[in-house]
Design a protein around this ligand. Structure first.
Ligand SMILES: *Cc1c(COP(=O)(O)O)cnc(C)c1O
Length: 390
């Protein structure tokens, strides 16, 4: 594959329903209701018999939520999607739909810490085991897959931005009859469409780029119609972590600017990453866009990356000295953020766990927001100068 996809190629999906809203409004209404009434007992009975499809109760589904699900399915090139109250709701709801006691999951290293903890605490106590593999080592993945129920991926990963060959790994899983899931929060469907690469289910923390304004916690799973139906019927009614109408409306608003925001995050983050790579106090930059070509499957890069200082920089002093980069977890919003690995590393999983992130204490993660690369660079370079030990 040569060249790059047009990030705006999928914008038509986002605006697809415009003009069809009540009063010809360009923005959909928030159908802020828990229940929907029936016109007659016969209408209610036939709905319950499954002969009629209509809205009943918002824990199952709601028109505003449904509109968001349809747009995500369209953006991901998937048959269907289902919204959740958080990214972790999407992850746990999807995983639980496909595993039973005695089953085994194969998982790439360095996944989101709470996904790892889901596998190592709750699922372990239910006799579901997890094998961790290096996603760059295809032989190790191939050796681990036979007999597994699920293959759980995250690419790029969200600390070292390790990028896997998603299509090749999905093919290996398919050959072993293993259902594949991927956390696509980093790239978004603007820069990576895993379903088109052979993945069965795509997961998002919509709290990140899809929402894009740091004002909503939400999640979504997209994929093959039968698999999404399994999540919808086997898990959602009982665990109930369904997306709420107002949150779906915020996400629909966020989607409007997703392609434009992703281009802006990409350009600013690349500019900052290149300047960091040339800085004498910086030992290494972890950004998948700095090589001669992008990793297979990615058509662009987002605003989240990390780098490693040399030993002369006082990292807590650096983090305290930045003004535009605020100290905080999460990412994907308009604002720039900084997180030092020395704070989150121990909390992530404990020093001996498989989830050591592979990061050392000199690693710092940045989310490059929409403030503009030059202002952000001034902030970073001043903070580095002010926190270098002499
Ligand atoms: C934040 C995050 C999640 C969890 O999403 P929530 O919406 O916070 O539950 C999952 N995966 C990745 C990569 C994340 O960054």
């Amino acid at each position: 594959m040569s060249g790059r996809d047009d990030p705006f190629k999928r914008a038509s999906v986002i605006v697809a329903h415009d003009g069809a809203y009540p009063y010809d409004a360009v923005v959909p209404p928030i159908v802020q209701t828990s229940l929907f009434t029936f016109g007659s007992c016969e209408e209610m009975a036939s709905t319950y018999r499954g002969e009629r499809q209509r809205y009943v109760y918002s824990r199952t589904t709601n028109p505003t939520v449904r509109l968001f699900e349809e747009k995500i399915a369209g953006l991901e090139g998937a048959d269907d999607a289902i919204g959740f109250a958080s990214g972790m709701g999407a992850i746990s709801g999807s995983v639980l739909a496909f595993v039973e006691p005695g089953d085994r999951i194969v998982c790439v290293k360095h996944v989101y810490p709470d996904a790892y903890r889901l596998f190592e605490t709750l699922l372990k106590s239910w006799n579901v085991s997890t094998t961790y593999v290096d996603g760059l080592d295809h032989e190790a993945v191939a050796a681990a897959l036979p007999g597994a129920k699920l293959f759980y991926m995250e690419s790029p990963t969200s600390w070292l931005m390790q990028s896997h060959n998603v299509a090749a790994l999905a093919k290996l899983a398919k050959a072993n009859g293993v259902v594949t899931l991927i956390d696509n929060s980093w790239a978004t469907p603007v820069f990576q469409q895993p379903v088109t690469l052979g993945v069965d289910i795509v997961l998002h923390s919509a709290s990140k780029y899809i929402g894009g304004h740091s004002d909503v916690v939400a999640g979504v799973a997209a994929g093959r119609v039968d698999l999404i139906k399994q999540i919808r019927t086997k898990i959602c009614p009982y665990l109930g972590a369904k997306l709420a109408p107002f949150d779906a409306w915020l996400l629909l608003r966020g989607l409007r600017t997703l392609p434009a925001r992703m281009q802006a995050h990409e350009a600013a983050a690349l500019s900052v990453a290149r300047r960091l790579a040339a800085h004498p106090r910086v030992a290494k930059v972890y950004h998948p866009g700095l090589g001669n070509h992008l990793p297979a499957g990615l058509s662009g890069t987002s605003g989240l990356f990390s780098f490693e200082f040399d030993s002369t920089v006082d990292i807590p002093a650096f983090c305290d000295a930045t003004k535009l980069f605020k100290l905080g977890v999460s990412w994907g919003g308009h604002e720039s953020l900084v997180v030092p690995a020395l704070v989150t590393r121990g909390q992530a999983a404990g020093p001996n766990s498989a989830l050591d992130f592979g990061v050392n204490e000199n690693v710092v993660r940045l989310h490059v927001g929409l403030e503009g690369a030059d202002a952000l660079w001034d902030d970073l370079s001043n903070a580095i100068t002010g926190s270098t030990r002499r």
